[in-house]
Design a protein around this ligand. Structure first.
Ligand SMILES: N[C@@H](CCC(=O)N[C@@H](CS)C(=O)NCC(=O)O)C(=O)O
Length: 202
């Protein structure tokens, strides 16, 4: 018997990344909407994610938090969706750029909220180093092949493209040709359109 899959989210959150991933996977799931500051911080939800943040999923008795980890978990748990890397070359690119985005790149977007002075000394200890170098590296990575691992779309693209698309939309990421073209290659996937419609309606 298949395990229950519960998705905890708010439509105005990184939960949109996971919604897209769930729609790509195409298995049934139940959505629980949590509100900022109230149900997200309730004892019931803190027992699931002690951070009181979304997204999270519960698959049977297993809880997974962190949008990138959820994408990777779902890809591996539902291999029939073919969103996992299938050989060493793909696997290397998949983990490398998935973690690069979840760490250094997200750090850049979050730091931009408070405009810190990033001195060369600070760059040595910051995971993103020089932010411009990190964004140049990401631009090159998404411009090397159709998708981040080559010619097959994977869960890493769901996560990386979600950040690129959203941050260009809100003006946190320069609309460089590499990013615009990568985003255009994935934005019209039926699962993404479905996910956007579902969260839009919510
Ligand atoms: N590192 C987490 C970040 C999750 C996160 O910060 N979620 C925000 C919404 S985008 C949230 O739930 N904020 C509510 C709060 O902190 O009270 C991930 O990547 O999933």
């Amino acid at each position: 018997m298949s395990k229950n899959l519960i998705f905890y989210t708010n439509p105005m959150s990184r939960g949109r990344i996971v919604r897209w991933m769930l729609e790509e996977i195409g298995v049934p799931y139940e959505t629980k909407i949590l509100e900022y500051g109230t149900t997200m911080k309730s004892p019931e939800y803190l027992a699931i994610n002690p951070m009181g943040k979304v997204p999270a999923i519960k698959h049977g008795d297993n809880v997974i938090t962190e949008a990138a980890a959820i994408c990777a978990y779902l890809a591996e748990t539902f291999p029939e969706a073919k969103l996992m890397p299938i050989n060493d070359e793909e696997r290397a690119l998949y983990y490398r750029w998935l973690f690069f985005t979840a760490g250094p790149v997200v750090e850049i977007f979050e730091m931009s909220n408070f405009n810190p002075v990033i001195t060369p000394e600070l760059q040595r200890s910051l995971g993103c180093g020089n932010p411009q170098d990190a964004l140049d590296a990401l631009a090159k990575a998404v411009n090397t092949s159709t998708y981040i691992t080559g010619d097959r779309f994977t869960a890493a693209d769901v996560y990386i493209a979600s950040y690129i698309g959203f941050c260009m939309q809100i003006g946190k990421l320069e609309k460089r040709q590499e990013f615009v073209e990568y985003w255009a290659r994935v934005a019209n996937r039926p699962a993404r359109i479905r996910a956007t419609e579902i969260d839009g309606a919510l």
